[in-house]
Design a protein around this ligand. Sequence first.
Ligand code: CP3
Length: 355
Amino acid sequence: MTALKNDRFLRALLKQPVDVTPVWMMRQAGRYLPEYRASRAKAGDFMSLCMNPAFACEVTMQPLDRYPQLDAAILFSDILTIPDAMGQGLYFETGEGPRFKKVVSTLADIEALPIPDPHKDLGYVMDAVSTIRRELNGRVPLIGFAGSPWTLATYMVEGGSSKDYRKTKTMLYDNPQALHLLLDKLAQTVTSYLNGQIMAGAQAVQIFDSWGGSLSAAAYQEFSLAYMRKIVSGLIREHESRKVPVILFTKNGGLWLESIADAGADALGLDWTCDIGEARQRVGSKVALQGNMDPTVLYAKPEAIRTEVGRILASYGKGSGHVFNLGHGITPEVDPEHAGAFLRAVHELSARYHE
Ligand code: CP3
């Protein structure tokens, strides 16, 4: 494999010195880019982009070609490939988000769920990873990802997106052993899926616990964090003679940073509701931090974006261990010029914190 030309993302995750703060954006390949919308039209729909490695590679590269400041690429795919591989029949209704043909409601439904084999049942994802690695040719590291068991379970039980996770939480309190069985099957699947991505060429992995922050403090520990801890302990942590850093991102997990930092990962993703300087004090030297600009700041003028970037960099302060990102995915309405202003500001304003 070609040596990495830009490894500051991996170095920052391991708290090694860097010249400037590395930056990437969650959902950096997506609908805010006209070139993405053109590729999706060519492919037919979103899942056809994910399932065809050449298309997945094409859209992964689009933000990197537009923004030379990006310090990492992220595999173009979705967290819901796993429930689809478990037989739930994923589809996307235009403007409605994800839907499943089959929903999981009872213990018997959960007992019947197969544990997918990443190479047989999700081979298109492994192929996408190796195709993208080849195309990157050492330009920047490639991030692999999966959803957390809790976040995946909400989609599987609700049958799609939800505001209040009513069915999943009812199962949590009425039938916890059924939910534990589902989460256990998902943890096994996510572990082998991420290890498959690492063996195929992913150089860091992120677990998206997008809806962990909707749980009570006690339920978060038992039904989300415990399973992420289990996954982290089963991951391949070194490949191609380099560490493979693991990032845990619980949106709205700011109240629980100390215990998330204890789960064995290298870095925590932060949403914008906590101050990154305070978060740094709370987690100490245990983990690096990734985040945490409110993605809606990108609707504001470039000068305002720059001010907010400067504020976050100053709050984190001097030294390595910070990967700049948004606190959640970039939204479809953002002007691509504003995303460019954001990325440039991170590199320009951060050099002084790494002298
Ligand atoms: O970050 C990247 O550029 C990589 C690609 C990526 C996608 N989804 C592509 C996508 C990643 C990392 C994801 C993760 C994902 N998917 C999460 C966790 C992250 C988060 O935002 O909290 C979740 C909850 C999903 C589930 C999902 N996929 C939803 C709810 C939707 C519909 C609503 C939405 O935000 O678009 C999707 C579709 C989806 N996944 C799109 C993209 C680019 C849009 C599809 C389209 O082209 O219309």
